[in-house]
Ligand binder design. Structure first.
Ligand SMILES: [Zn+2]
Length: 68
């Protein structure tokens, strides 16, 4: 199994795009028992349970640290 490391405010791509089709990318806005990701196309926030998020995560696009 490939380990995927993600943190708060990272930009990620999920296996399925958001239905709005405006962006393929999401920003992680909350990491806890649940993970909240915000679609960068329409600002909709989606809440996923952590195992569900990890299963649907395709790749990390940009780490938060690299933006600064
Ligand atoms: Zn969207």
């Amino acid at each position: 199994m490939i380990e995927k490391k993600y943190d708060l405010y990272d930009i990620v791509q999920m296996k399925k795009d958001h239905p709005c089709k405006k962006s393929k990318h999401f920003k992680i806005v909350r990491v806890g028992v649940d993970i909240k990701i915000k679609c960068l196309g329409c600002d909709n926030v989606i809440m996923l349970e952590r195992p569900d998020f990890e299963r649907k995560l395709k790749k990390i696009i940009q780490k938060h640290e690299e933006i600064q």
